[in-house]
Design a binder for this molecule. Sequence first.
Ligand code: ADP
Ligand code: ZN
Length: 743
Amino acid sequence: MNLTNTPTDTMPDIQQAEHVLHEVFGFEEFRSLQKDIIQNVLQKQDTLAIMPTGGGKSLCYQIPALIFDGLTIVVSPLISLMKDQVDQLTAYGISASYLNSSLSPQVYQSTLDEIRRNKLDLLYLAPETLLKPNVLNLLSGLNVECVAIDEAHCISEWGHDFRPEYRQLSQVTDRFDHAVTLGLTATATPRVQKDIANTLGLADANTFVASFNRKNLYLDVVTKSNPLQQTINFLRRHEGDSGIIYCFSRKQVDQLTQDLNANGFNALPYHAGLGEGERTQNQNAFIRDEVDIIVATIAFGMGIDKPDVRFVVHHDMPKNIESYYQQIGRAGRDGLQSDCLFLFSYGDAGKIRYFIDQKTGDEQRVAEEHLQKLMDYVEAHQCRRIKLLGYFGEHFNEQNCGMCDFCTGDTPEREDITVPVQKFLSTMVRTEQRFGYNHILNVLLGSRRKAVLKFNHDKLSTHGIGKDLSRPEWKQIYRELMKQDIIVREFEHKSLKLTPKAMEILKGNQEVFGVIEEPVQKGRSTSSSKSDIESLDFNRELFGLLKEKRMELAQKQGVPPYIIFADTSLIEMAYYYPQAKESFLKIHGVGRAKAKKYGEDFLGVIKEFCENNDLNERSKSDTKKQTKSVQKTLSKDSRPFEVGQMFQGGKLIGEIASEIEVKEGTVVGYLSKFLKAGHSIPADHILEASGLSKEKWDGVFKAFEEHGHELLRPVFDALNEEIPYDELRIVQLYLMVKDGDQE
Ligand code: ADP
Ligand code: ZN
């Protein structure tokens, strides 16, 4: 197909891909790893792409689909998303369709006809549809050039979302002789990643793993004190924004939805207790910007692709870090700053613990581990990203992320609280550790309530010694004691007990630091981490008018507004004030087809606004047209080349990984490619990237000596699966370099 004005057949692969990126999609440049993945696919090498949500996986098959002569099949389990994806592609002027069980027999037949007549570049299919003999036979007779398997983690039994049909896909791909297979997933779990590669038979060298750091998400954990008020305060800073609030139970969802609407917000509920019709209706209202807020149980989110979700609130505790990461990941797909607020309470943790106590054996152990990891995250006195990414095996070593409560200093000052803590603990000792925290506070504050007098606790030496602090301040001290494992609360009777740590403090052997002041909620940082587009000081009034125009067109066409233009495009329009088609084409996200379809409408709004306000067009330099020339083998602007040069220049693997935002394993992969392309690198610093001890190296070297260093699997097995692949890859690279030196 030819969607652009320039003949592209004679260009090298990657240059064609860049041309399509500019002309069809209207984007300036590729994001991290997109280029490598696309290049690999264009060279028909089976590839696995692992990128977080919002990383830009779709372009990795959509662009090759436009360059290949034949058909690209996209297998996706999310039926609800197929129509959305096809609508998006159609808006870009691309011919795409889908087949799944939601279609009427007539539409299904006419789509089959389209396929037969080779009318399509992309065809989306549910796995079970692809496995139908008639569909499979039809497709086998056509020139299928790429099979993209979206949500590829569904292939793994270790994943949270295993689908048996996915297992059969690996046999199906064999039916298409000329097709390259591309697996795509956002799963951050190394075990699942490995499993996908193995099942699809993909080589390590063709696996690309992006960093899981979502830079544009502001992470904030706040102690839950008055959740409704805290939520309302947060929402006031987000007026008109789209966002999701997660609650523990259906009942809470209904209650909070009611409370928010009573307070003038515009919210709808979503949970499994609602009928399917109502759920779909509420989800659509959200996608189409007809309602701002969805209050949901965790059931919400899988089937949506909305790029401009500006916030996610955890009103209650999520199940584990993985679900938390997945849920906050629904915010900010468009790359603009988005706010994630987690209201945390020990009460919620206690509830989860109570459920864990009902379980037994392995299940109980695993659940406990999960809870502990989440507590580590919540209680961390360091950048939130260290624990969050650490959970997925990624090492985050930036000094200051600038996008979490800790790094922006939104966490209150910690001070020496040893003395009040001693008062609290000795009151517990004197009341024989038989009471809950309200009673202890009453004694400390010198209360003469019935319960205090009944036990003669007004006679204790600690009665009234806590009057120097207020009740909320004592509550904070109590939270610190729980947080730092100095006391524990018995679940059944709610009485407080001392831990061994408490004894040391009472004896005066150990000091305690903590926060007394009630945490105040501050705004998220508006600092350095903004994207280029966000730092534009755009005209809010015009932006509002453009949004109205977008809504009008969306409703007329029955599609979500973001399919017409993303916010990022409207922001640029409201900054550069383009007045002519040529300057309109330079706007982010404006390709040829969209310019033709919507240009007149939007330019009309802009021109009228500029006339009325005496404004002139600003010129935007034309970054989209700077397609560089590249060689087929290892071009000078390819990642492996760039990385190879950085390494030759003396940078360490870890440094390179954080600079270009990929995992260390990926850097090692680039270096192998660089090496295989005939360049040389020094062996000296390779092993520094290894986390293994020197003693372990010896064993690993020996295993490589025995099994050769071409394949990792035999070595992995020989070492009893104890040494992770990433480590093996480092040693493998080292040996490759060493071998090369001897030749
Ligand atoms: P994923 O499938 O990985 O969650 P998507 O493919 O949906 O991510 O992409 C997320 C958003 O980023 C989309 O709105 C997409 O248009 C946009 N996007 C992808 N690649 C680029 C790029 N190179 N430049 C600008 N925007 C991009
Ligand atoms: Zn941080």
